[in-house]
Ligand binder design. Structure first.
Ligand SMILES: O=C(CO)[C@H](O)[C@H](O)COP(=O)(O)O
Length: 225
């Protein structure tokens, strides 16, 4: 068992009968979905909401019943990966481009569980480039404003030589901050910018972090209140 698998499987064990479950996106979330699928095949009764088209496909493959978000007011639990996790449990997410749906699902869940291999645990956020989702209309102007506001490298995300388009029809720019001394402040500043849809900083959202290690061990860290 590898580190991502260990974290994903441990989180999947926290899902209980009757829950509405948010399914994250990425290679760690994959393992949680796989294990939840196994449990559903054994009789676990849940309903789920996927955070991306890719996770939706995976859920369907594993026979996990999906519902539209409009069917519920809140989720009981959401399980998702992260690109970086700091000691305060602030996160950078969005490496896989699903940050907007992931954040919507996370903030509307009673318990947001982050699953991460130990390499994702960092003393300070920012080495991983921060994904920022932009409205395509006039995105060059938004990008220009970002460049004027922050003296860091910005790179529009591409796929197959074209601008990468999210499941929501938006673009992503990746910002190489290097160090983010105040994730809360940067999160607020970016949210205030017209043309920015959202960004990959998740501050004060995670309730639990499950860290997976290469030897298959896991560690569960709860938010300090
Ligand atoms: O935020 C995400 C997708 O938008 C992922 O959760 C994040 O990129 C971690 O991915 P992985 O588990 O593959 O390392």
């Amino acid at each position: 068992m590898n580190a991502k698998q260990a974290a994903g499987y441990r989180a999947a064990e926290l899902v209980q009968d009757g829950m509405v479950v948010g399914l994250g996106t990425g290679s760690t979330a994959y393992y949680a979905i796989e294990k939840i699928g196994e449990r559903v095949a054994q009789g676990l009764q849940i309903r789920a909401i996927a955070t991306s088209n890719a996770s939706e496909e995976l859920a369907l493959k594993y026979g996990i019943p999906l519902i539209p978000a409009s069917e519920v007011e809140r989720l009981d639990i959401a399980i998702d990966g992260a690109d970086e996790v700091d000691p305060e449990m602030a996160l950078i997410k969005g490496g896989g481009g699903a940050l907007l749906r992931e954040k919507l699902v996370a903030i509307n869940s009673d318990r947001f569980i982050v699953i991460a291999d130990s390499g994702k645990m960092v003393p300070q956020l920012g080495q991983f480039k921060l994904p920022i989702e932009l409205v395509p209309f006039c995105y060059e102007w938004t990008l220009g404003q970002l460049k004027r506001n922050y003296d860091v490298q910005f790179e529009m995300r591409t796929r197959d030589g074209e601008l990468y388009v999210t499941d929501n029809g938006n673009y992503i720019v990746d910002a190489a901050f290097g160090k983010i001394p105040s994730p809360a402040q940067l999160s607020h500043e970016l949210k205030m910018m017209t043309g920015v849809v959202d960004h990959g900083l998740f501050v004060d959202i995670a309730d639990t972090v499950i860290v997976g290690y290469e030897d298959g061990r896991t560690e569960m860290i709860e938010k300090k209140h």
